[in-house]
Structure formats: C-alpha cells, structure tokens
Design a binder for this molecule. Structure first.
Ligand SMILES: [Zn+2]
Length: 432
C-alpha cells in the first residue's frame, strides 16, 4: 500500500537586524514570540541581502525600532508614563509605532521593574498600571497587535499562519483547609443556619473538614472531562497556611491529586521563608509555582523562579481585577535584561481568580459573563488560567462560586475548549 502526502514547505523567515541596534537579544526574543504565536519560526541572518525582513533604527527598515526605548532601558527608566505614548505605544523617532518594542515592553511587564510605589503587601499596584490608565486590562492587546501585523504588514500578510485553539488551565491555591468552622460558621450564624453550624463542627472534629475537599473539586472537573493543578503552601503561620503539609490528611489529599491525574505545585509563602527551604519541604522538585497573595516583584521574582529550577510560574495576575497583567494571554518565557537572554521557565498569566470577584462584591452571574465575553474574543492563542481556591466550594460564605465553577466548566466544554496541564504547558512553551 502506498500513500501520498503533500510536502508542506515551511521554512523559517529570514530576518536581518542592523548591527547598530542595541538590545538585539530582546528583539530576537520578541520576534520569536510573535512568529511562534502564528505557528511560524524565524532565523536571524548576518547579510541584509538574504533577508525577507529588516529591522533597525533607520526608516529604511521594514520595522523601525525606537532608539529612545533602548536608551531609557539602559538608564533603568521603566515607567509607562515615560516609555509609552498616550495611546500606549512605543513610538520611533519618525513618529511611527514601534510594534516590536511595544510588545517587548508589555509581554515582559517592564512597567513593574523596580517599582517604587507598591501596595500594602509589596505588590505592583493595579492602579499604577498602564492597563488601569488605558482601561485595557481585559484586552489581549499583544495578540491584537500580532493579528494586526499579520493582516496588514506588507512583509507578513502573505504568510500562511496557524493559530492555536485556546485552552483552559485550571488551578487551585490551597491556603486554608481548616477555616470552614470559623468562616462558613460565621456566615451560618449570621444567616441563622444552626444545622449548618453543627455540621461544620462535626466535620471539623469527627469527619472530614469541609475545605479538605480536593476530591470533591476533582470530581466536578471529571464530570466535564477536565483535570487541574493544586498549589500547596509549605509554611504554616498566620500569613500563610493553617495546615501542616506533612500531616497525614494533607499527604493523603496531595497523593490523591496525583493518583487522579492531577498535578501539584508549590504556593510560595509570604514572609522570610526561602524558596529552597520550601522546595525541600515539598519533597520532590515542584514543576510549577504560584506566589501566595501573588506577592512578587520584578525582576527579582523571575530571578528567584529561575534560580530555584522552577519550570513554570503562574503568578502574573492582578489581584483586584479580572484580566491580563501583561496584556497577553499566551504562556511565554520572560526576557531577563540583566542576563540578556530569556529566562529558563514559562510564565502563565492568571486571568481569573474567585477572590477578585468576591472582594468586588460582584454577582457571580456578572463574573461568568465577564469570563465568557473574554473567551468569545479570544478563541485562539490563549491559555485561560483560572484560580479557584478550595474554600470557595462550600456554598456558605462563598455561596454561588461552586455553581460558577460548574457553569464555567460546562460552558467551556460546550465550546470545545480543552484543558491543558502544567507539564503540557512547559512542554509546549518552554523554547525560544
Ligand atoms: Zn494563596
């Protein structure tokens, strides 16, 4: 038996970067992200004559880079007020938009570098962000720029591109396992639900505490054909967890996740604890991390992830709002300016966290609509990273959230959106 398969000619796009251009590694990194996004690849060649695309400061190039952007970077000026024009772009000296540098700036969260006005927890403040300034946090701006370039730039519009179908990355931060009596109990007391109080106390003392519910969460996910990743705190104290990671109950829950095809990761504590200590407590090398409270600063946070051999981090979200902290919905390797190369891990932007809506007092119906509006606009090239805490599933203090989770999974399934796991993201996006 013989068969014929047509040969698809897919060769890398040849790109020449003018030698007088600074930050060439950063430019290459951004171009790799852009071409990867469209299922293409590029190579950088030393001779201009062999290039399809030329890049540099002069207006003779296909893409004109802003020299000012590089000068400001070299002076450690990162603020969006100084780096970007009023409409959020980096502009070259000829007045044109420098799309490549704009993407470099956004994707790598340069606006957060050496932040001087953090919030009470030491985090970059949403209200100081470009996204707040432009009211654009729900926009996948980088994707829009990439799509625009491939549909309109004379050197790109003829290329045959491939978009990846968006997928969902389900995650759970496990902050508290024993808080149900206090928090749900308080709610039950206020709402005069004596039987609920008795049940909570019984479960906490003789049965299974209501928030030790990883099995319940995984069962919901299995109903819709999904699996998820759980992030565990290794430090028990007032700011961190209320459970001992090595206690039999937690060990059992942790193992059940693995046995059920789920994955586990580290939820780096806040406070003085070091990463390496916590990795030791974790026992095996964790593949992924999310910082508790999303508390990290840049570039130190990214340095720590790399130094500790973590392959995936999913802390890049704004706690107070739904949306994209770096205006990009695709996992990527951030670029290290200090090392002049990409970091060796994948950052996965977190777009949705239950507590955001809870703190905003937003009805869950509105939260659901917000999420599916975003999904509708981003059917391709996104990984929707959701963070639902285990304590939001009990139906008392956080009532409505268990149903919201059901509705989200049902809706995603109906749209044919598949799940992606920590290990699969690392496999697919840990390159360039
Ligand atoms: Zn946490």
């Amino acid at each position: 038996m013989s068969y014929f398969e047509p040969v698809i000619m897919s060769s890398a796009i040849h790109i020449y970067i003018s030698p007088d251009t600074a930050q060439q590694e950063l430019i290459k990194h951004t171009l790799n992200i852009i071409f990867f996004n469209k299922g293409l690849s590029c190579v950088f060649i030393p001779h201009k004559d062999d290039a399809i695309i030329t890049i540099g400061y002069s207006d003779q190039n296909d893409f004109v880079i802003s020299e000012n952007f590089h000068q400001l970077l070299s002076q450690n000026v990162f603020s969006h007020h100084q780096q970007l024009s009023n409409n959020g772009n980096i502009v070259n000296k000829f007045g044109g938009t420098d799309y490549i540098s704009t993407i470099s700036y956004l994707v790598n969260s340069f606006q957060e570098y050496y932040d001087k006005a953090p919030d009470q927890y030491g985090r970059f403040k949403y209200t100081n962000s470009l996204q707040h300034h432009l009211n654009s946090v729900e926009n996948n701006t980088v994707q829009q720029v990439i799509d625009y370039l491939f549909s309109s730039h004379p050197k790109l519009q003829g290329l045959k591109t491939t978009d990846r179908k968006s997928r969902v990355f389900l995650t759970h931060d496990i902050d508290s396992v024993y808080g149900a009596v206090k928090e749900d109990g308080r709610y039950a007391l206020d709402k005069l639900k004596p039987f609920e109080i008795l049940r909570l106390i019984y479960n906490a003392t003789l049965g299974t505490p209501d928030w030790l519910n990883m099995d319940k969460i995984m069962k919901v996910e299995a109903e819709y054909g999904f699996k998820s990743t759980f992030y565990w705190l290794l430090v028990k104290n007032k700011q961190n967890s209320d459970y001992d990671f090595h206690s039999p109950a937690i060990t059992k829950a942790f193992d059940r996740v693995r046995q059920s095809g789920g994955e586990n990761g580290i939820h780096k504590s806040v406070g003085a604890g070091s990463f390496s200590e916590e990795i030791k407590t974790f026992g095996t090398k964790p593949q992924g991390n999310r910082f508790h409270f999303l508390k990290f600063t840049l570039p130190e946070g990214y340095d720590l992830i790399e130094e500790n051999g973590i392959l995936l981090d999913t802390s890049l979200g704004f706690s107070p709002v739904f949306g994209l902290r770096n205006s990009f919905g695709q996992p990527f390797r951030p670029f290290s300016l200090a090392k002049n190369r990409p970091y060796k891990f994948v950052e996965v932007p977190q777009i949705l966290m239950d507590r955001t809506f809870y703190n905003l007092n937003m009805p869950v119906s509105e939260a659901k609509k917000k999420f599916f509006d975003f999904v509708e606009k981003n059917k391709y090239n996104c990984v929707f990273t959701l963070n639902f805490h285990n304590n939001f599933f009990t139906g008392l203090k956080y009532h409505g959230y268990s149903q919201l989770y059901h509705d989200i999974l049902a809706g995603l399934k109906e749209l044919g959106i598949e799940g992606i796991m920590q290990s699969e993201i690392i496999e697919e996006y840990n390159h360039n």
